[in-house]
Design a protein around this ligand. Structure first.
Ligand code: NAD
Length: 499
């Protein structure tokens, strides 16, 4: 599909794509593909007021009815999957299969949320008082702001939006300023679902476009009780305390520094495949990308040799080409950060394989790089930072305790994994004394999570949970109810207060 065909298929008009103050560049060749209008900060109070007024209507719609809107949205996404996937490729630089995969993830969370809309369960609780019943009820919370990052330009919003909508919360989305087009297209798809739904309140789903200042307006408003923010730890360090200071609820999904431990018993063929996909997929620009390989010293050299061979065979180039596996970095600044991290790694004793800028056989103007394998003498300072690029640091270990300690000895706590055929090692890794991450896997890489599980991580990753399991509870308020159907008024804990 040409760019114009993609825009047309998604209903993006010439007027929407031109004349605005925000230039949108494709990472493929750095070319400007649109100039879109930014939301004026002075418009933000009205946006928030619209969401508040939508909340008053939406919170009383039965949850299964709210689920119907999400069901329709999933249907519309299915119809637009190819075009939206192609736009993800154009605007975020993902290879075709990953662009489509991102849209599939949106569809999957819609399916999950539709089921959830009939399963918003509270507990009933045994009361200590005769003739009393206790239960808990989950109520809608209010407008939910979604601030999203460039690297999952549409899936992250839909994880939040699908759950928030069935939970009774209107959504205000501020996408990354690098990826407004995929957001505009997703909103058109949502608008089609809303039109078919019929009686959704005005302002139920809104989109605001711009940089941090627009995000700040949402972060600082007491009328936005939930702020789900996905991005760098630096951003979360600003947003989290501000939301907390006004007694809002932050859901933070921040940087990761994900490791794999490869034990002596590991199936190395499988490990190599998992390592390559998770370290170089999306050009190392996933929050769950594999960044640290902690390999047993008995197999480390063999593993590095196999990886070096596999790395040399990876096709780098235009992400629209069917054979490409590594597309561009998002921009040149990102490439420069990768190159400077590699210089630091060398200064800290590392031996770098690959990691060069690629200029031949790729579209000019994009930031294409070879993925880098870096053998490190120890887990030095640069290894403990998240560099959002395809750099894989390799360290050795002798005893599993040492490997687990190294895996945990970073500020981030998103995803982790072990390759082993030894049951004791696998269970130790998953135990309370094992990985300290929100995600811990066995014989599978750290990236590519399914939507059924709760997604998120600890420490500087922010502690938030989104997507599956009971992450929906983050979008609702829990109310404990005690009902007295007796003719007495006994007090709890045996307290007497007779008068
Ligand atoms: P970023 O932090 O630069 O921007 C993320 C979003 O935050 C953007 O929409 C940006 O405009 C907004 N923002 C920035 N400062 C803000 C402020 N002060 N107030 C309000 N909003 C503000 O991140 P990025 O470069 O777009 O994305 C890459 C980062 O995101 C990586 O660190 C990656 O690990 C992380 N990420 C995490 C997850 C996760 O689920 N844990 C998922 C995707 C990406």
């Amino acid at each position: 599909m040409t760019n114009d065909e993609i825009f047309a298929a998604l209903g993006l008009t010439k007027a929407e794509l031109t004349g605005g103050s925000l230039a949108v560049r494709s990472p493929i060749d750095g070319a400007e593909i649109a100039h879109v209008a930014e939301t004026d900060p002075s418009a933000m109070p009205a946006v928030i007021a619209r969401a508040q007024s939508a909340f008053k209507a939406w919170r009383t719609a039965p949850a299964p009815r709210r689920g119907e809107l999400v069901r329709l949205f999933g249907e519309e996404l299915r119809a637009s999957k190819e075009a939206l996937g192609a736009l993800v490729t154009l605007e975020a630089g993902k290879i075709t299969s990953e662009g489509l995969g991102e849209v599939q993830e949106m569809i999957d969370i819609c399916d999950f949320a539709v089921g959830l809309s009939r399963q918003i369960y509270g507990l009933t609780i045994a009361s200590e008082r005769p003739g009393h019943r206790m239960m808990e009820t989950w109520h809608p919370m209010g407008p939910c702001a979604v601030i999203s990052a460039f690297n999952f330009p549409v899936a992250v919003w839909s994880w939040n939006a699908a759950l928030a909508l069935v939970c009774g919360d209107p959504v205000i989305w501020k996408p990354s300023e690098k990826t407004p087009l995929t957001a505009m297209a997703s909103m058109k798809i949502m608008e089609r679902a809303i039109a078919r739904f019929g009686d959704a309140p005005e302002g139920l789903c809104q989109l605001v476009i711009g940089g941090p200042a627009i995000g700040e307006a949402l972060v600082e408003s007491r009328d936005v009780p939930i702020v789900s923010a996905t991005g760098s730890t630096r951003m979360g360090g600003i947003v989290g305390p501000k939301v907390a200071a006004r007694w809002g609820r932050p859901i933070l999904e921040l940087g990761g520094n994900n490791a794999m431990i490869v034990a002596p018993s590991a199936d190395l063929d499988m490990a190599v495949r998992a390592i390559v996909f998770s370290a170089v997929g999306t050009a190392g620009q996933r929050c769950t990308s594999l960044r640290r390989l902690i390999a047993h010293n008995s197999i480390r050299e063999d593993l590095v040799a196999r990886l070096a061979k596999a790395y040399a065979s990876l096709p780098i180039g235009d992400p629209r080409r069917a054979t490409t596996l590594i597309g561009p970095l998002v921009d040149h600044a990102s490439r420069d950060r990768m190159l400077s991290a590699l210089e630091r790694a060398k200064a800290e004793g590392g031996t770098v394989h690959g990691g060069r800028v690629v200029a031949e056989g790729v579209p000019q103007g994009g930031a294409y790089v070879e993925p880098a394998l870096v053998e490190m003498p120890a887990q030095t300072a640069v290894v403990k930072e998240e560099t959002f690029a395809p750099i894989l640091y390799v360290m050795g270990y002798d005893a599993l305790d040492e490997a687990i300690a190294m895996q945990n000895d970073v500020p981030q706590g998103l995803s982790s994994c072990i390759f082993t055929l030894n049951m004791r090692e696998a269970e130790a890794f998953l135990s309370a004394a094992g990985s300290d991450c929100g995600i811990a896997n066995v014989n599978i890489g750290p990236s590519g999570a399914e939507i059924g599980g709760a997604f998120g991580g600890e420490k500087e990753t922010g502690g938030g949970r989104e997507s599956g399991s009971d992450a929906w509870k983050g979008y609702m308020r829990r109310q404990t109810n005690t009902i007295n159907y007796s003719a007495q008024l006994p007090l709890a804990q045996g307290v007497k207060f007779d008068f």
